[in-house]
Design a protein around this ligand. Structure first.
Ligand SMILES: Nc1ncnc2c1ncn2[C@@H]1O[C@H](COP(=O)(O)OP(=O)(O)OP(=O)(O)O)[C@@H](O)[C@H]1O
Length: 720
């Protein structure tokens, strides 16, 4: 170890000892105070503060901090070392900070500072604070042991830029089966997203592996810290592509000390809100239809049902249909329960159109009917003859029943179903023109499914829109912040619908158009989302650096995109981390099984809890491979749609299920011309597959390689 480094290590060792001592003492003192359980409000508040401190100290204990920044504030005589950790820790005897929380304003310097001798600044609650950064140091502490000290910037040294040395060390590590927090190495471009203001809809285009999911989770932790009195974890929600993915990311928030955030898929959330009145069509069939193989790929453009039903135009059409229904929903007649008792249509309309206008449609119906009933009871009170009263009561009840029947009580689904009726049986409020808006094949297909109480995923946003108009959105369904991950698979209608459920347009919408493999329903241009929000309350960010994969893999994946898409939406820029060349292997089926078995054995021989994935196009193919690998004595997990948990280790799965996940090694099979054509859809699918690999990527083909890889040459690839 060089003497400078050795000194630094000794210095940090001493500081760590002091910190741990101080923290232990503080924690012991706090634990010695018996918890207060009495009725005094002030004592309760003090107890809750003490409890928070006990919790932070206990959580921070094993790894109290990960970074040090020496900052000299303008006007101060010398730099102060700030130690930055996941949890802020105060000294026992003063409110002075022993460790600064990574989310605190001053800690932003640790992330935003990229080097140079110029002044640096951060925004504090009292305004901008200027000063000079002298040192940026990364520290690895595990179980209270100092393992590593890396200076990524030293004002007294030669290099004036912050180096990537520590980042590369972290990226080179093998991953287990969970996504991890990145607090120690958040990059400046990621930090500006994490710390963006609350009342903004952020749309983030980030290449594969640029940290979108990770950044979104850190942003939630930041918002909870910064706006602690305005946002609540249980009123935040994350939408992710599937349950298994949610399981995969489930470790990050607890690592950041955040709990209770709702995490779901759009479909699960929607079906729940619709009280399971409908079921979704079979996912396996749907996926086979779209991902079967290149030769059978259906057209995925604006004519696809998902694109039509997911558009804002469709939402506007639905809005107009509901408006038309609203205008004539109440029966167009006076209410006459018996002779000489008459409630005029004008009065009923007044109640419906003016007094209860702010209520959702079915609530209005209930209210008007209840009011008619009350009016009828008052009219009955005026009748003195007992037998007449009895007769009128009976007649009146029957009339009210007929009246309510004539005013259909719709659920979102029963109303939606009406929109797809045959032309000759369409309801009166649906004009011929409005009825003809939906193209005939889509109308008949939707009607046929609706008969079986089934819908396609693209029907869920329309159904929820109807729910918002018919039943309304109660307070507990309005979120303080909404995260949409893999947002390229969301439609504008879905996002517009979610904005009805989200306060102040507070969104983090993250995705990658190059991974838009569900283009038959998703977004094609981010402007489709941005246009849903006022310009001054939305912001667009791009993340182009990929942190996941080696340079070789990123280079290769970019070539795949370029071979299939004339103008790829965004190409990833790798961090300077080199690994093995990408391998393209020509082999027949038996050879493939043999080679996969060897790869898996070699992977296992390395020990540890690294991950390896065999990726194929369809579920059917994965099942076969799984069977053959098992028969060859290779224990592997089969991951198919519907899977709830991600086990890690070695898995076989369809590429579309691997989206969002990552593996130390990815082995992609059947990369032949029949399976992956030189078309945008196939290029995106293969790109998703390639960018799952952190360290090693191999592609296998049997006869002719896919044109997406056939032309790739150079030092980054090797053919076998
Ligand atoms: N600043 C960083 N420091 C260390 N690791 C990082 C950083 N940013 C991202 N990573 C790592 O890069 C990998 C990719 O991150 P993540 O899955 O969040 O990316 P993504 O953009 O959501 O990817 P994809 O679009 O492919 O799903 C993860 O292993 C993550 O830990």
């Amino acid at each position: 170890m060089e003497s400078g480094l050795q000194n630094a290590y000794q210095e940090e060792l001493a500081r760590l000892e002091l910190t741990i001592e101080e923290m232990d003492r503080h924690l012991a003192e706090l634990r010695a105070i018996p918890p207060y359980t009495g009725p005094d409000l002030t004592e309760q508040v003090l107890e809750s503060i003490r409890e928070n401190k006990r919790h932070s100290l206990a959580q921070a204990g094993p790894e109290p901090y990960f970074g040090r920044l020496d900052f000299q504030e303008e006007g101060k005589p010398e730099p102060t070392p700030l130690y930055i950790g996941k949890f802020g820790v105060e000294r026992a005897d003063s409110p002075e900070l022993l460790v600064v929380d990574w989310r605190a304003p001053v800690a932003s310097l640790f992330y935003s500072f990229t080097g140079g001798t110029d002044k640096a600044a951060y925004e504090s609650p009292d305004g901008t604070i200027d000063g000079l950064v002298y040192l940026k140091r990364n520290l690895v502490i595990r179980k209270q042991l100092l393992q590593r000290v890396v200076d990524t910037f030293d004002r007294s040294g030669d290099a004036m830029a912050v180096t990537d040395e520590f980042l590369l060390y972290r990226l080179g590590e093998n991953k287990d089966n969970r996504l991890r927090d990145i607090v120690s190495t958040i990059q400046a471009e990621q930090d500006s997203i994490i710390r963006a203001g609350k009342n903004n809809a952020l749309v983030i285009q980030g290449v594969a592996g640029s940290g979108k999911t990770t950044v979104a989770l850190h942003r939630l932790a930041y918002l909870l810290y910064h706006y602690r009195n305005q946002v609540h974890a249980e009123k935040m929600i994350i939408f992710a592509p599937n349950r298994m993915f949610l399981d995969y990311i489930s470790g990050v928030l607890p690592e950041l000390g955040v709990g209770h955030i709702q995490q779901t898929t759009f479909a699960d959330w929607a079906l729940e809100l619709l009280e399971h009145e409908v079921k979704l069509t079979d996912a396996a069939e749907r996926l086979l239809f779209w991902f079967g193989n290149a030769a059978d790929s259906p057209v995925m453009d604006d004519r696809a049902p998902g694109r039509i039903k997911g558009s804002v135009t469709y939402m506007n059409w639905l809005g107009r249909v509901v408006d038309a229904y609203e205008a004539q929903a109440a029966p167009q007649a006076d209410f006459t329960p018996w002779e000489r008792a008459r409630l005029s249509q004008r009065t009923i309309r007044e109640w419906y159109e003016v007094e209860y206008k702010h209520e959702p449609l079915m609530k209005r119906r209930e209210r008007v009917l209840a009011r008619i009933k009350r009016w009828m009871e008052m009219e009955l009170d005026k009748v003195w003859e007992v037998h007449l009263k009895k007769e009128y009561k009976k007649k009146g009840s029957a009339k009210l029943r007929d009246y309510s029947k004539a005013w259909t009580a719709y659920s979102p689904f029963t109303f939606y179903k009406e929109l797809f009726a045959e032309s000759n049986s369409r309801p009166a409020w649906l004009t011929e023109e409005a009825h003809a808006y939906v193209p005939e094949p889509i109308r008949t297909a939707t009607a046929a499914l609706a008969k079986k109480k089934k819908v396609e995923p693209e029907d869920l946003a329309p159904l929820l829109y109807l729910r918002s108009r018919f039943i309304g959105i109660h307070g507990d369904l309005r979120f303080d912040h909404t995260v949409i991950d893999e947002a390229q698979d969301f439609s504008p209608f879905q996002v517009a619908l979610l904005s009805l459920h989200t306060k102040n347009g507070s969104f983090s919408i993250l995705g990658d158009l190059s991974q838009g493999i569900h283009a038959y329903q998703g977004v094609i241009d981010w402007k489709e989302f941005l246009s849903l929000f006022p310009e001054d309350q939305s912001a667009y960010f791009t993340l182009n650096r990929s942190y996941r994969s080696t340079m070789e893999i990123i280079y290769f994946a970019n070539e795949v995109l370029k071979a299939g898409i004339a103008e790829p939406p965004a190409l990833a820029v790798p961090v300077f981390r080199s690994g093995e060349p990408v391998a393209m292997v020509n082999t027949d089926e038996d050879g493939l099984i043999r080679k996969l078995t060897e790869e898996i054995a070699a992977h296992r021989a390395k020990g540890g809890n690294g991950t390896l994935a065999v990726l194929a196009r369809s579920e059917e193919r994965c099942r076969k491979l799984h069977e053959r690998l098992q028969a060859a004595g290779c224990e592997v997990h089969l991951i198919i749609p519907g899977q709830q948990q991600y086990e890690g280790g070695v898995s076989v799965l369809p590429v579309y299920m691997a989206k969002g996940l990552e593996f130390d090694t990815a082995l992609i099979v059947d990369v032949d011309s029949v399976n992956y054509a030189a078309a945008p859809q196939d290029a995106k699918l293969l790109y998703v597959g390639c960018t799952r690999a952190l360290h090693e990527l191999k592609l296998y083909y049997s006869s002719e390689p896919s044109p997406l890889i056939g032309g790739i040459t150079g030092e980054f690839v090797q053919s076998f």
